[in-house]
Every structure is written in structure tokens, then in C-alpha cells.
Design a binder for this molecule. Structure first.
Ligand SMILES: *Cc1c(COP(=O)(O)O)cnc(C)c1O
Length: 410
């Protein structure tokens, strides 16, 4: 506790990339909702896996294979504690949120039939839309969309209307990647439980990096996230599923690792979680995900949250001093993200390009959420998103950059 607040420099020192220059400018990295940077402890863990342990897991009886298996299962245990899952075998390793949601949407195929309903929201990332559309195409199920109001807040009275005996799945994100809006996920889950037999899937890609997650307290059936947005390597991710919910699903990929016995007449599947982990997993990445969890826990989620909240408040105040700047979902509860445009100053990518010339990395465009952009009647936004290593000085640099961009573009 407190270690972090006391020493911002010490935190930044642990991220070598933050010392990089873009042209002649020091890098100001404000694109953390797309991917976060990685601390030395994660980089070292990844490297030492490949320099000292590398072997395939669960197959060999030789020493390295056993070590690799042991280390990866240790990482699974860390993920279990990190999200407070009841059991380690409720943690399935994937390569990210997209694969996780596709896994679920595919594995649900045998349980969903024509006329069944799947509820998502307007605020979803494309990867929490398209897999469900594909499931609907395969099965004849129908997709229902919870609308948002002009503040980017879910209109839950529509959820009340949609929920019923036919609702098979409700899949909503915890935090919107485009706007940073924190959705009332507990309420969504409670309503789904009360009014339908649906399974509830939470896309937690943008909440896991920012606050404590307790899947048992949330009482969701599935919780999906990526490692690379929480200081771990790309190609890592997790599907948490309640044991009973996971047991009810068909396999996603078939192949090695996921079978118990295989013959041409009949194949039986491995037990959880391996039934959903066909093929060689990203062993080094998963072990490094464990190191990212250690890193975050050492700093403390509460400290991370407090720091990022103060950055967001500071950024909003400073940004609104810029003439004609509009923040989307300004009135909604948000975390980590500020999404905005400067009216009459070109499109978002023009602004992004000028900022890039000053070493400032932000995301521009539709952020894989075209329905939200359509709702606001815009093509895209400029999105600045924060991580635990960002500083108020960096916000100041962003604001100065935006003032220049506004002059150049209007
Ligand atoms: C990033 C993101 C995804 C997709 O995650 P990948 O790591 O690209 O698979 C899905 N949902 C949300 C809310 C995201 O922010």
C-alpha cells in the first residue's frame, strides 16, 4: 500500500518502452485501452520461460515438460485468485477476449435453437456482437440490443422488456472500450437471473485492468478478458466459467490436449479446463500473465484505481478548457477512458496524426464499436486512455498538443 503513490518514477522505470522517443519527442502513451505496456517483471518472466524451461505442457514426463506444466498451472491459480473464482479449473486460457467470446458463442450452439433470444447492448465491442450474430445465423436465434441514452448509459427498461423464457444468453461488457462507461453490470445480472433462465456473459476486457473483479460476488456465468490490456503479453486471455456452466458447453476447438480418449468410433473429452484448451497453449504468455497479476497486486488495485480516477478527473477538467471540445458520455460513470472530438477541427484521425508528430499516442476512429459511433452521428472519436504509469504531466502535454491541433485544423 502507498508504495505506488509515493513513487511514480519508480513505476515508470519498470516500463522500458516509456523511455522511447517518437521522432525527437518523448513517448506519451495514452492508448492503453488498445493495449497496455509491459513491465520488466513480465518481460523477464516471458524471456526466462523460453531460455530456461521451454517445453510442451501436459504431455511429457521429462523434467522441462513437468516444470512448464507446473508453472502454467501456477499461473492458472493466480488468475483464479485474481478474479476470485471458486476453482482453478474454472479458468480457461485463450488468446484473448475475441477468442474467448467466440469460444462461448460456438460452444453454446447445441443449447440454442430457433426463436431463442440473445441479449447484448449498443455499447459492445464488435467482438461481443459478431460471434453472437454468427450463432444466430447458425441456429435461427434472435439478437436483441439494449439501447443507450445520449449519455451513453444503458436503458435497462429495455432489458426488462426483453428478458423472458426465451432468453438464452445475456452478454454485456463491464466497461465500454470506446467511451469508458462503467455499465451497471450487477443490475444486469440480477435482472437476468430474476426474469430469465439465461446464462450471463461479461466482457471484462476493460474492467480487469482497472478494478477488483470478484466473479463470485458478480454471480455471472462467464467472465472474459484479455491479458494484453492488463500488462501481460499479447496472445493471452481468459474465459472464467462457473463449473456447471462450463460443463454444459460443447467443445470449441478439437485436437490435442482436449481429449480423454480418441478413437475413430468415439472420442471422449478431457476434464475442465482442458476440454476448452485444444492444441499447444501459449505457455510462456500464460506464465507471464501470472507475472502481470503479481505486478498489479504488488501495487494494489485500489492504488491503481485511485490514481487512474484522479487522472481522468484532471484530464476532463483540462480538456474542457479547449474551445469546442466535446466529451462523449461525459455524465456517465467512467473509468480509464476519455473519448472526445473538437468540433470544426477535421476528423479524429487528423487530430491523431498531429498528436503523433508530437510523440503522443492516442487512438482515433470507431474503436471497433461502429454502432456507438452511428448512435452519436459521428465517424469516430479521439480516445485517450490511461494506465497506472500515466501522469498529469502527460495529460498537460496532450492538452497542449490538442490546442495546437485545433489551431492547425480550424
Ligand atoms: C479489446 C476489447 C475486446 C477484444 O479484445 P482482443 O484482445 O482484441 O481480443 C473486446 N471487448 C472489449 C470491451 C475490448 O476492449
Amino acid at each position: 500500500m502507498g508504495e505506488f503513490e509515493m513513487n511514480e518514477d519508480h513505476i515508470r522505470e519498470q516500463f522500458p518502452i516509456l523511455r522511447e522517443k517518437v521522432g525527437n519527442w518523448p513517448l506519451v502513451y495514452l492508448d492503453n485501452a488498445a493495449t497496455s505496456q509491459k513491465p520488466v517483471s513480465v518481460l523477464d518472466t516471458y524471456r526466462s520461460y523460453y531460455t530456461a524451461i521451454n517445453a510442451n505442457v501436459h504431455r511429457g514426463i521429462h523434467t522441462l515438460s513437468q516444470e512448464a506444466t507446473e508453472e502454467m498451472e501456477k499461473a492458472r491459480g493466480k488468475v483464479q485468485r485474481f478474479v476470485n473464482a471458486k476453482q482453478a479449473h474454472e479458468i480457461v486460457f485463450t488468446k484473448g477476449t475475441t477468442e474467448g467470446i467466440n469460444l462461448l458463442a460456438y460452444a453454446f450452439s447445441s443449447q440454442v435453437k430457433k426463436g431463442d433470444e440473445i441479449v447484448i447492448s449498443y455499447l459492445e465491442h464488435h467482438s461481443n456482437i459478431v460471434p453472437w450474430q454468427l450463432l444466430c445465423e447458425r441456429t435461427g436465434a434472435v439478437l436483441k440490443i439494449i439501447p443507450i441514452d445520449e449519455n451513453g448509459i444503458l436503458q435497462l427498461d429495455f432489458l426488462d422488456k426483453y428478458l423472458g423464457e426465451k432468453t438464452r444468453i445475456v452478454s454485456v461488457n463491464h466497461v465500454s472500450n470506446a467511451l469508458g462507461v462503467i455499465n451497471p453490470i450487477r443490475e444486469v445480472i440480477r435482472k437476468a437471473r430474476e426474469k430469465s433462465p439465461a446464462y450471463v456473459v461479461v466482457d471484462g476486457a476493460q474492467s480487469v485492468p482497472h478494478f477488483d473483479i470478484d466473479v463470485q460476488a458478480l454471480d455471472c456465468d462467464f467472465f472474459v478478458f484479455s491479458g494484453h490490456k492488463m500488462y501481460a503479453p499479447m496472445g493471452t486471455g481468459v474465459v472464467y466459467g462457473k463449473e456447471q456452466a462450463l460443463r454444459g458447453l460443447s467443445p470449441f476447438h478439437g485436437g490435442g490436449e482436449m481429449i480423454s480418449t480418441c478413437s475413430f468410433e468415439k472420442t471422449t473429452y478431457a476434464d475442465l479446463p482442458f476440454k476448452f484448451e485444444a492444441g499447444t497453449p501459449n505457455v510462456g504468455g500464460n506464465i507471464a500473465l501470472g507475472a502481470a497479476i503479481d505486478f498489479m497486486e504488488k501495487i494494489g488495485k485500489k492504488n491503481i484505481q485511485k490514481h487512474e480516477k484522479s487522472l481522468l478527473i484532471y484530464a476532463e477538467k483540462k480538456l474542457l478548457e479547449i474551445e469546442n471540445l466535446v466529451i462523449y458520455a461525459e455524465k456517465a460513470p467512467r473509468v480509464g477512458v476519455v473519448s472526445f472530438n473538437i468540433e470544426n477541427a477535421g476528423i479524429s484521425s487528423d487530430v491523431g496524426m498531429i498528436l503523433d508528430k508530437m510523440g503522443i499516442a492516442v487512438r482515433t476512429g470507431h474503436h471497433c464499436t461502429q454502432p456507438i459511433m452511428r448512435f452519436f452521428g459521428i465517424a469516430g472519436t479521439v480516445r485517450a486512455s490511461f494506465a497506472l504509469y500515466n501522469t498529469k504531466e502527460e495529460v498537460d502535454i496532450l492538452v497542449e498538443g490538442l490546442k495546437k491541433a485545433r489551431k492547425m485544423l480550424s
